[in-house]
Design a protein around this ligand. Sequence first.
Ligand code: ADP
Ligand code: MG
Length: 282
Amino acid sequence: MSSLIEIRNLRVCFGIIEAVRGISLRLEEGEVLGLVGESGSGKSVTALAVLGLLGPTAQTGGEILWRSGANGARVDLLKQPASALRRLRGREMTMIFQEPMTALNPVMTIGRQVAECAEAHASGWTRREAKRKAIAALEAVAIPDAARRYGDYPHQFSGGQRQRILIAMALINRPRLLIADEPTTALDVTVQAQVLELLRDLQRQHGLAMLFISHDLAVVGKVASRVAVMRRGEILETGASQQLLTHPEHVYTKSLLAAVPTLRSDRNQPLARVNGAAAGAT
Ligand SMILES: Nc1ncnc2c1ncn2[C@@H]1O[C@H](COP(=O)(O)OP(=O)(O)O)[C@@H](O)[C@H]1O
Ligand SMILES: [Mg+2]
């Protein structure tokens, strides 16, 4: 059977800026593919191209073949009308981004926001059914006391909890693909580890395919089985994450690992530099 998604020679330009320069990637049903690279390498643009969210200033080339759930036929997402992409998003493919606060509506209770996700794509839900479904979804991402906290607003939750709420929203309609773009970058290290573990558990439980994007190869290695390394709009190498973590082929890949400061790093040494830019800057 063909891959769930196959990107062939994808190119994305914004005027004279070539953000993505002919990349090819495949993602199988139920697989976690990591996409790693320094800031500005074209990771988010790739994700937005898949989601059909690039905006009118982007010119694209190549193909993004998506295997439809209904009949297994493949469609090129770059050629689909906006209405078809809107139907896919939120139902078959969903996403979570770095900033959980900006992705939530600050003046609507989190319960309503989760319930609306369910209502938007499943016709015929009553409000009460959607509420029950939303509470179950919040419990599944370990929001304590979910039924009581249903009526609370985003600012009443911690950053880690807000990201959990967004994960609940992304998964409530049982998508086939989740695109997670730097989902833990804004969180502190302990919370980051918990959210990664939750994502990995839910991914396995649902047999979900996931494109997991981060500038941090060590983080990607925790969730992805295969990793593609991007730099300046191109893919430098692809491999099993264990292999890449232990035997990176490319000097650049090595530098993405070396750029992660550890408690054991010698603080008197300057941070490793990635491609001339100070490491850790995103
Ligand atoms: N809407 C846009 N208009 C112009 N340039 C853009 C736009 N979006 C992204 N870019 C440029 O494309 C390149 C890749 O960006 P991006 O995919 O966001 O990188 P990252 O790997 O950090 O996610 C960068 O040079 C960025 O400035
Ligand atoms: Mg990005």
